[in-house]
Design a binder for this molecule. Structure first.
Ligand code: PLP
Length: 411
């Protein structure tokens, strides 16, 4: 029972229900190998391999030099919130006022606060799988129940609106969408979002949290559509975004949420009792980032071009590999490959490969490549490769994966 768990660990029921991040476990194992002198190539992290563009870094350094180092308003500076409203209007076609924005220490924090703000114990949070690792745990932290809606590689990992409709109950409170998707790189076409919106519209209690952090890392002809811009959805949508991915600012810790004031006030209240406002320095840097032009301008399109080259290289390389299934990613910087063809194999000197976790362990130990098991994202048939790495490293990785997997086949 839950009380028993509490007694056993000395920790709260809530924390016992939450799973530790598997991405962290594999990174730790990879780091331990690197420290022991093994030349592991790490493709497990969800982090751009570029430096923060110079104008942004400069703005941050100026903020420090100017003594701009105090608390800001909890919801973020008016300057930044105004710049965010302008961005959301011009790039996403959604209209907000600064009091409908809360700036936070990252999209992850914004998403958690939104879940805490709208979900009561027993509420259901609908999460299309494969999902970003934290969504089900966020639901659990709010004492809500995650309801997983699986989408297979043959559906290009896109949620089927009919499946959504069949899973809705009077307890359904929140649907979490992520496009472009971590871990699959899938981008929801506008028509599909419209179909989802039609289902949402029939359930007055259901809200949508849309995580649009990869919106600009997208490969034409794919186009990003903001859920809140769809007819009738503004009132029902909480839009989460951040600076980590587009602007290579993971360490600056800056994100935000936009939505109807009633919900945003609730997010602001939670934040005011947990961390207060985001870093004043990062907020100055973020204003500079939003000033770089539409979709981040030159500097961002340069990074996106590099990601696209890598995606094309990986897709081409893995299409040549027997038994591996691919759905070509349209955005973000991940490739989610179905390797289940190789499951059920006993490898001498290693053991049984029978799921995504054992396969990733095999690639790490025998191929010296760190990847993330799909199991962490709710799909055990796949593994995730992050291509936020140089083309030459990716070339080496492809060679190593091919070499080690062919050994598996030979057994
Ligand atoms: N949302 C998604 C889908 C992500 O992939 C990530 C990072 O991996 C985050 C949110 C976290 O973003 P932030 O660094 O802004 O907290």
């Amino acid at each position: 029972s839950s009380e028993q768990i509490e007694l056993d660990t000395g920790l709260s029921r809530r924390v016992n229900l939450v799973k530790p991040s598997k991405t962290v476990a594999i990174s730790d194992q990879a780091t331990a190998l690197v420290e022991a002198g093994v030349p592991v190539i790490r493709l497990a992290a969800g982090e751009p391999d570029f430096d923060t563009p110079a104008v942004i870094a400069e703005a941050g350094m100026n903020a420090i030099r100017d003594g701009y180092t105090r608390y800001t308003p909890n919801a973020g500076t008016l300057e930044l919130r105004t710049a965010i409203c302008k961005k959301l209007k011009e790039e996403n076609g959604i209209t907000y006022t600064p009091d409908q924005i809360v700036v936070s220490n990252g999209a992850k924090q914004s998403a958690l606060q939104a879940v805490l703000a709208v979900c009561s114990p027993g509420d259901e949070v609908l999460i299309p799988a494969p999902f970003y690792v934290s969504y089900p745990e966020m639901a659990r932290l709010a004492d809500a129940t995650p309801v997983i809606l699986p989408a297979s590689i043959s559906e290009n990992f896109l949620l089927d609106p009919k499946l959504l409709e069949s899973k809705l109950t009077e307890k359904s409170r929140l649907l979490i969408l992520c496009s472009p998707s971590n871990p699959t790189g899938a981008v929801y076409p506008k028509e599909l979002l419209q179909e989802i919106a039609r289902v949402v519209a029939k359930h007055p209690r259901l809200l949508v949290l849309t995580d649009e952090i990869y919106e600009h890392i997208i490969y034409a002809p794919a186009v990003h559509t903001s859920f809140a811009s769809l007819p009738g959805m503004w009132d029902r949508t909480l839009t989460v975004n951040g600076f980590s991915k587009t602007f290579a600012m993971t360490g600056w810790r800056l994100g935000y949420i936009a939505g109807p004031k009633h919900f945003i006030d609730a997010c602001n209240k939670i934040q005011s009792q947990s961390t207060s406002g985001a870093s004043s320095i990062s907020q100055k840097a973020a204003v500079a980032a939003l000033g770089m032009g539409h979709a981040g301008g030159e500097a961002v399109s340069h990074m996106v071009k590099a990601f696209r080259e890598r995606r094309d290289f990986l897709v081409l390389s893995f299409r040549e590999l027997d038994g591996v299934k691919i759905s070509e990613p349209q955005g973000a910087f991940y490739l989610f490959l179905d390797f289940s063809y190789y499951y059920g194999t006993e490898v001498k000197g290693f053991g049984l490969i029978n799921d995504s976790e054992s396969l990733c362990r095999y690639f790490l130990e025998k191929g010296q490549v760190a990847l993330v098991p799909g199991d962490a994202f709710g799909d055990d048939t796949c593994i995730r490769i992050s291509y936020a790495a140089s083309l030459s490293n990716l070339q080496t990785v492809v060679d190593k994966i091919k070499k080690t997997i062919l050994t598996v086949k030979a057994h």
